[in-house]
Ligand binder design. Structure first.
Ligand SMILES: Nc1c(NC[C@H](O)[C@H](O)[C@H](O)CO)[nH]c(=O)[nH]c1=O
Ligand SMILES: CC(=O)[C@@H](O)COP(=O)(O)O
Length: 156
């Protein structure tokens, strides 16, 4: 049996280029996700110069910009970072559904790894917990998943 070498210990991002798309909405949470993602990539050999950060208003805008980034063919992966926090109306459901569905579609259409690091939480407290405190940092997880998938894709 042949096995692809993509386990954590073998992950290296040397020479790979990543686009990070991050929302300004809830930026005090999202900034922590960005720091976690960038730190993870750099610790795994990605050159800072090979990381491009693009800020957007909100998660709803992400699929369109991700699609354009993917079409540029300048990147090996796209990491999407945001925080959608439930409010008093159904707004949350529409934004979260379009962001997740749209980003998944971009990945499939362009055949590029798209990391889904958008928090979808019921409360602000849950978002804080997932942005570098007791429940980890979902920006790190999204960067890891994107890097690993980029490596898998490059071997297939
Ligand atoms: N409520 C949240 C939003 N809403 C904004 C939308 O994403 C969009 O920017 C607006 O409807 C204009 O098109 N965005 C988030 O990222 N997080 C939220 O909690
Ligand atoms: C994503 C949201 O639900 C949110 O921030 C909007 O809040 P609301 O539903 O109270 O308008």
């Amino acid at each position: 049996m042949q096995e692809l070498q993509t386990i954590e210990g073998h992950l290296t991002g040397q020479g790979l280029r990543f686009g990070i798309i991050a929302t300004r909405f809830n930026d005090f949470i999202v900034d922590r996700l960005i720091s976690g993602a960038v730190d993870y990539l750099v610790r795994h050999g990605v050159d800072r110069a090979d990381i491009t950060l693009i800020r957007l208003p909100g998660a709803f805008e992400m699929p369109l910009v991700a699609k354009r980034i993917a079409a540029s063919q300048k990147y090996d992966g796209i990491i999407c970072l945001g925080a959608i926090i439930r409010g008093a109306t159904p707004h949350f459901d529409f934004v979260a559904a379009e962001a997740s569905k749209g980003l998944a579609q971009v990945a499939l259409d362009a055949e590029i790894p798209v990391g889904f690091g958008i928090l979808t939480t019921d409360t602000l407290e849950q978002a804080i917990e997932r942005a570098g405190s007791k429940a980890g940092n979902k920006g790190v997880e999204a960067a890891q998943a994107t890097l690993e998938t980029a490596q898998v894709m490059s071997q297939l």
